[in-house]
Design a protein. Structure first.
Length: 103
């Protein structure tokens, strides 16, 4: 019955391991910011360059962040950023693509 005396720190979705992860947190922040930029700018047809490039870079940083993430909190935020980046990227591609109108 020793387990009843220990706090359940792993039961929370945002539980951490108590250690600092500066690289993972940086990738998380960059992915969330790029995902938000890509998602919002994808709603405007003439901003397809911004949305497609921000989405592409957000997908790359999110994928690398997922590869090196260590906690559920990091993975949860990265999935949100990856989803927003993916939607922004695909809508940007549908509206004109990475180089649409430039070449």
């Amino acid at each position: 019955m020793a387990q009843t005396l220990r706090p359940n720190s792993a039961g929370s979705l945002f539980a951490t391991d108590g250690k600092a992860h500066p690289m993972q947190d940086t990738l998380l922040g960059v992915t969330l910011i790029l995902g938000a930029i890509a998602f919002v700018s994808a709603m405007f047809h003439n901003l397809h360059l911004l949305s497609s490039w921000a989405g592409l870079v957000g997908i790359a940083t999110g994928a690398w962040g997922q590869f090196i993430s260590e906690t559920t909190r990091e993975r949860f935020g990265l999935i949100l950023g990856l989803g927003a980046s993916g939607i922004g990227f695909f809508l940007g591609m549908a509206h004109g693509g990475l180089f649409g109108g430039l070449w």
